[in-house]
Design a binder for this molecule. Structure first.
Ligand code: SF4
Length: 269
C-alpha cells in the first residue's frame, strides 16, 4: 500500500526546509522527503531478519524459516545486523577523531601553517588525560605528543583506552564486570565485523557484548578525543550569533555551497 505523502510542514519543523520542499514540489524535483514517501520499507529488513553476510544467503527468516543456512537464529541475525550498524558508526565517527589527530600533528610539526593550537589550556588538560608531560614545554611539543598519543589509541597492542579513566569509578567498574572495557578503537571494530561473519559468533548476547565494547570505543574514545582535539585546534566552543541552514541562501546572489562531511574542513571555511 502506498504511503501517505506528507505536507512540507509534516516533513520538517524548519521553515527554511519547508520552503525548499514546497519549491522542489512545484518544480517536480525529488528530495529525500519525497523519496522517503515513495519508498515502502521492506518489512523483513526493517526487523533486521534478512542476513546477507555470506554467499550462502541471503537468508530471510520469515514464516517457517527459523534459521539461516549456517544455523543462525532470528536473534543471531538481528544481533549481527545491529552489530554491523554499530561497527560502521564507530568507524565513521572515530575516523574523524583520527583525522583531527593527524591535523594537530601536522600543525605541531609545521606542515599545516593554517592550523595551530588555539586553546593552550585545553591542550594541557588533554595532555593530562593521555600522560603527556607539559611542564616547561612549548605548545608545539606538547601538541606533537598529544597527537601521537591519540593516534596510538586506535591501534594499541595492550591495555585499555586511556579515556575510559575519565568515566566515574562506578561506571568503570560496570564495564570491567561486564568485560566490555574497550581495548583499542580499530581492534573492536575489526573484531565485531569478524564475529558477525558466518561461522563465527552465533550467540546473540555475546555478539551484543562486543557491540557495546565497540560502541564505547567511539563514545569514550574516537568521538570524545576528536571533540577535544577540535577544541585545541579551533578553540573551545562558545555561543555565537550566526546564520545557518538553508535560510542563508539568497535568490539575488550567487550561492556557492561547499559541502563536506569533514569537520576539519568545515571549521576552516
Ligand atoms: S551468514 Fe548464515 S544466515 Fe547469513 S547469509 Fe550466510 S548462511 Fe545465511
Amino acid at each position: 500500500m502506498a504511503k501517505k505523502k506528507r505536507t512540507p510542514q509534516e516533513a520538517s519543523q524548519d521553515q527554511a526546509c519547508t520552503g525548499l520542499i514546497e519549491s522542489a514540489g512545484e518544480m517536480a524535483v525529488g528530495t529525500c522527503f519525497s523519496r522517503a514517501d515513495e519508498i515502502i520499507p521492506c518489512n523483513i529488513g526493517a526487523q533486521g531478519l534478512c542476513c546477507r553476510n555470506c554467499a550462502m544467503g541471503p537468508c530471510r527468516l520469515v514464516g517457517n524459516t527459523e534459521v539461516g543456512v549456517c544455523g543462525a537464529t532470528a536473534a543471531t541475525v538481528v544481533a549481527r545486523n545491529f552489530a554491523r550498524s554499530v561497527a560502521v558508526g564507530v568507524a565513521a565517527h572515530s575516523d574523524h577523531g583520527r583525522d583531527l589527530a593527524y591535523t594537530l600533528l601536522a600543525a605541531a610539526d609545521g606542515h599545516a601553517p593554517d592550523y595551530g593550537v588555539r586553546d593552550p589550556f585545553k591542550l594541557r588538560q588533554v595532555a593530562g588525560y593521555l600522560g603527556v608531560k607539559t611542564v616547561d614545554r612549548p605548545d608545539e611539543d606538547i601538541a606533537h605528543d598529544v597527537a601521537r598519543a591519540v593516534l596510538a589509541e586506535y591501534g594499541k597492542i595492550e591495555g585499555e583506552l586511556l579515556y575510559l579513566k575519565r568515566a566515574p569509578a562506578k561506571r568503570q567498574q560496570i564495564w570491567q564486570d561486564l568485560g566490555i572495557a574497550t581495548r583499542s578503537i580499530d581492534r573492536e571494530v575489526v573484531e565485531l565485523l569478524h564475529r558477525t561473519h558466518v561461522g563465527n559468533d552465533q550467540e546473540a548476547e555475546h555478539i551484543l557484548d562486543q557491540t557495546m565494547r565497540c560502541a564505547l570505543g567511539d563514545g569514550w574514545g574516537g568521538s570524545m578525543m576528536g571533540t577535544d582535539l577540535s577544541d585545541i585546534l579551533f578553540g573551545t566552543p562558545a555561543p555565537v550569533v550566526s546564520e545557518a541552514n538553508l535560510g542563508v541562501l539568497r535568490d539575488d546572489m550567487v550561492n556557492i555551497i561547499i559541502h563536506g562531511h569533514e569537520p576539519t574542513l568545515s571549521e576552516m571555511i
